[in-house]
Design a protein around this ligand. Sequence first.
Ligand code: CA
Length: 382
Amino acid sequence: MKIKEVKTHIVKAPLEEPFSFSQGWVYDRCSVIVEVVCRDGESGFGECLCHGMQPPQIAAAFITHCFAPHMIGRDIFDAEVLWEELYNLSRPFGQQGAAVNALSGVDIALWDAIGKHLGKPISKLLGGNFRDSVKAYATGFYRKKGRRYPEDAIEEALGYMKKGFRGMKLKTGFGVDADIAYIRAVRKAVGYEVMLMADFNSAYSQAEARRLLLSLEPEKLEFYEELLAPEDIAGYVSIRDLTPSYIAAGEEIFGKIAFKEWLAKGALDIYQPDLCSSGGFTECKKIAALCQAYNTMLIPHVWGSGIGLAASLQFIATLPATPLRSAPQEMLLEYDQSSHPFRLDLIRDKIVFRDGYVQVPDAPGIGVEVDRDILNQYRMND
Ligand code: CA
């Protein structure tokens, strides 16, 4: 099936209440939604992740000016061929960041189109489902003006427990001593039955991370995410053995070649590629194979609209436990609970969350349909 057009929809919605993390303030939620239109009129959709302070126009421009002209008239079933060609085309000025971001959205849209044409969910086209539902953990706990911490965070945590979540991830990186007191207070409030994680968004030096990890050992966190800068492979190697908890990162690592470097050095316990940023289905399946070959866990990063969420569920369904055993380490879905004006409306609210688990959508492609009215409502470009 030939490609007629590749469209980008820049979607953006201001937040009623801006929120902050260790690197700054988030004032709106943005995404680049990629639409691959086929000659028969059918479309496939994908998403390029937008980090909290990332302008969506960069990835969109990459697609419009670099990738789209190369794709017109090509066959959607040549998704991997296109991936390699587009990566190579952008190699001198790409390889990471918004370039691979853009390529991810394109690849997801191609796979959605393939799935919709064949009447199969993408997970079944990539080898099948190791699971039909995934244990979800809540991502939230962003800081807002005029709130009190840890009091408000404790209230938020109890709210997630009431909703059925058995895992949650705190936003931290606001100073080592402040973080230690904050994590201890939340742990005391939720108890040890809840799987508790903390995300530092690259706030610390190696020495600060060391002090934090050694001080917090009794709190038994499941994993510590992005303690250090995303370029500091040696730093991660140096802190990894300081804690029985897992050390995680990966949302700012792009493509299999970059992941190879980290895996070869034994830098992390958990790798967190984002399907909408680290290369889409084509590349993230290869990253998953590398992680499996190194006997290392992969738990994807997920933070975007419902399109990225549904696509990530397709990907997660296909990941073998590392290693397989009769009662393997459970796979996790990062389920962002922070404010997002159109997260689920964009896919007609088709995500089923029950008793702490999210079902993998089993309809064709990414498993959900995009609501064009919502897409147009939040669309910024013409
Ligand atoms: Ca993160």
